[in-house]
Write a protein that binds this ligand. Structure first.
Ligand code: CP
Length: 309
């Protein structure tokens, strides 16, 4: 069995297949253990600190919910402006300070590499909840758990990733996990937002089959699953590039009818306009189940890094 005790969670590439198996099993156990109960007592006396220098609804609140459901406590910083970062304190000093109060840190920050900086400075486990356009490994783990539940297996999948593949930290992390299971990948994006070359070449070295295209219809026809993402206005330095790419890919009822098959649709959320609300009732639309799975996966991760699973 894999052992995450005392470890940081920083990047999708740190996990082996054995780790994924262990995380899925532990998550499923927590999901089952919580049925009919409000909370457990496994992490009673432990404290989680959430340090968020960028906006979040799901990641911060699901980590905090997970800690409460495990019987632990939470201290929270919901924005950089409300902390001493506004006075110029570094991420390293903030993390070292907070490690005097808490047993585990979850951090989101707009700069790539910031979670690693926090982890290098703090003597307690640090979990990356998104470092700019870099990585979002816990989102990838909840995506994998959702795929496993929705499809019944992680093997032999063809997955289309659609939208902002250049700045999308969720897809950057998820491809690392899908590559462990030899998934075939379609990367669907406008030319300006293609998957970074260092990621595609790394995947090709691992023998992963990749098709890069701007045609969502072609990719969807060949896929078991579409992983939709938002074009992230906040990541563009040139807003004219955002204007050129926004609204490019939209899944609506007409798109699904033309597809003539059932396909699983995931989205890390938030969405803007890329999935029409009329799709929400479609049986394969799994993005709100995906949100719920986030709590169970994060319960598993908190328990595992604290050596309490
Ligand atoms: N999926 C995700 O990271 O959502 P939030 O930005 O709301 O945390």
């Amino acid at each position: 069995m894999s052992d995450l005790k005392g470890k940081d969670i920083l990047h999708g590439n740190q996990f082996s297949k054995k780790d994924i198996d262990a995380i899925i099993k532990t998550t499923a156990n927590f999901e089952k253990a919580l049925k009919g109960k409000d909370s457990l007592t496994l992490l009673k006396g432990k404290i989680l600190a959430t340090l968020f220098f960028e906006p979040s609804t799901r990641t911060r609140l699901s980590f905090e919910t997970a800690m409460h459901r495990l019987g632990g406590g939470v201290v929270s910083m919901a924005s950089g402006e409300s902390s001493s970062a506004a006075k110029g304190e570094t991420v390293a000093d903030t993390a070292r300070t907070v490690s005097q109060y808490a047993d585990v840190i979850v951090i989101r920050h707009p700069r790539i590499g910031s979670a690693k900086e926090a982890a290098d400075s703090a003597p307690i486990p640090v979990i990356n909840a998104g470092d700019g356009a870099g990585q979002h490994p816990t989102q990838a783990l909840l995506d994998i758990y959702t795929i496993y539940k929705e499809r019944g297996s992680l093997k032999n999948l063809t997955v289309s990733m659609v939208g902002d593949l250049k700045y999308g930290r969720t897809v950057h992390a998820l491809v690392e996990l899908l590559s462990l299971f030899q998934a075939r990948l379609y990367f669907v994006s406008p030319g300006l937002l293609r998957m970074p070359e260092e990621i595609t070449s790394h995947l090709k070295e691992k023998g992963i089959e990749i098709v890069e295209t701007e045609d969502i219809g072609e990719a969807a026809k060949a896929s078991d699953l579409i992983y939709m993402t938002r074009i992230q206005k906040e990541r563009f330095t040139d807003l004219s590039e955002y204007e050129k790419t926004k609204g490019r890919y939209i899944i609506d009822g007409e798109f699904l009818r033309r597809l003539k098959k059932e396909i699983t649709i995931l989205h890390p959320l938030p969405r803007v306009d890329e999935i029409s609300t009329e799709v929400d009732g479609y049986p394969g639309a799994a993005y709100f189940r995906q949100v719920r799975n986030g709590v169970f996966v994060r319960m598993a991760l908190l328990a595992m890094v604290l050596g309490k699973r």
